[in-house]
Design a protein around this ligand. Structure first.
Ligand code: NAD
Ligand code: TYD
Length: 352
């Protein structure tokens, strides 16, 4: 079996669902269920003996030891993290606690478990660390996309904490020989994306008749990847990646934020027109910029394609359409997650 951390969050839950749709290998899913973790994402697995959910913290060394010894996974896929840049600006400490301290505790528990495995199991074992392109910092307009050898220049407390976790993974490989793999992926979007991030927030606000908040001039560029493509990349790296290596994952889809939101609006105009017949783009509103806002991210996913033959299946257009359709069909999911704590965050970030 495999052990997944953070499998009740956005990408982790998509990964668990896709994993069990493509194979029968059981999954132990360790998640603290912070505001971002939601068991409703995994509702379709209710009663499925292949999925064991464990409520707990990756920083809990005792729990980790017990989980590893009882379940004896052949791999750990580490998604659990605090993941929202704006929250990291308001409260960096939780990011250090989970992303840095939590990752180190997990690495230490996994190292001890791995060192006690017999030779064959030990050499087949993998620790796959899921990270972000944000560790590389911000790119100038015409600079080439990030490759795996780009220097680390994290600019937000979130990206700094992820960079630290990447370095710890590297150190556990270099010092102890732990068979690690690291993936650095660009911005994801798709089903079960918590509506604090740009794409789900704008779909949600559009349908509620609320402003679509664009930070600054809206010309910041992100490189978008549909979440199931990220999941297939992780499966491929797990299966065939070389230990100690890093693989960049991206969709070759650089877009300015304003263009992303305009595309969302046009898709909604078509799939669920406003009652008054006006365009959703009328709701676009420019708001204060994010402090330290990175201007551009772009991923060169060439190594993953050349060495492991991975390519994304979705284009931005097909992925956005699927995503908008999913949110229209799952209004109940959105209502559930936009409860009390979510509303406090929205008031704090955007004003009442
Ligand atoms: P998310 O915030 O939606 O989910 C994080 C999950 O981790 C939640 O279920 C939460 O309950 C759980 N968690 C948080 N702290 C925990 C702890 N101490 N112990 C156990 N579980 C804990 O995040 P996401 O968007 O799904 O991102 C998953 C991973 O992918 C993160 O490591 C993130 O850095 C990385 N990543 C995300 C993106 C993106 O666009 N969302 C892109 C590249 C990489
Ligand atoms: P986000 O979804 O928070 O992802 P990240 O910061 O990890 O890239 O933001 C994507 C881009 O959208 C980023 O440039 C910030 C911008 N943004 C807005 O313009 N308005 C918003 O309300 C949010 C949440 C983000």
């Amino acid at each position: 079996m495999i052990l997944v951390t953070g499998g009740a969050g956005f990408i982790g839950s998509n990964f668990v669902l896709d994993w069990l749709a493509t194979c029968d290998e059981p999954v132990v899913n360790l998640d603290l269920l912070t505001y971002a973790g939601n068991l409703a994402n995994l509702a379709s697995l209710k009663g499925d003996a292949r999925h064991l959910f464990v409520h707990g913290d990756i920083a809990d060394a005792k729990l980790l030891k017990r989980l590893l010894e009882q379940n004896r996974p052949r791999a750990v896929i580490h998604f659990a993290a605090e993941s929202h840049v704006d929250r990291s600006i308001h409260g960096p400490e939780a990011f250090v606690q989970t992303n840095v301290v939590g990752t180190q505790r997990l690495l230490e528990a996994v190292k001890q478990y791995w060192q006690a495995l017999d030779g064959v199991a030990a050499s087949a074992f993998r620790f796959l660390h899921v990270s972000t392109d944000e560790v590389y910092g911000s790119l100038d307009k015409n600079a080439p996309a990030f490759t795996e050898t780009h220097p680390y220049e994290p600019n937000s407390p979130y990206s700094a904490s992820k960079a630290a976790s990447d370095h710890l993974v590297r150190a556990y490989h270099h010092t102890y020989g732990l068979p690690t793999l690291t993936t650095n992926c660009s911005n994801n979007y798709g089903p079960y994306h918590f509506p604090e991030k740009l794409i789900p927030l704008c779909i949600h606000n559009a349908l509620k008749g609320k402003p679509l908040p664009i930070y600054g001039d809206g010309q910041q560029i992100r490189d978008w990847l549909y979440v199931s493509d990220h999941c297939s990349a992780i499966r491929r790296v797990l299966e065939a990646g070389t230990t100690g290596q890093t693989y960049n994952v991206g969709g070759w889809n650089e877009k300015a934020n304003l263009d992303v939101v305009r595309t969302l609006c046009a898709t909604l105009d078509e799939l669920q027109p406003r009652a008054d017949g006006q365009a959703y783009s009328r709701q676009i509103t420019f708001v204060s910029d994010r402090p330290g806002h990175d201007r551009r991210y772009a991923i060169d996913a060439g190594k993953l394609e050349r060495e492991l033959g991975w390519r994304p299946a979705e284009t931005f257009e097909t992925g956005i359409r699927k995503t908008v359709r999913w949110y229209l069909d799952h209004a109940d999911w959105v209502e559930n997650v936009t409860s009390g704590t979510y509303r406090t965050w929205i008031d704090q970030q955007y004003g009442k």
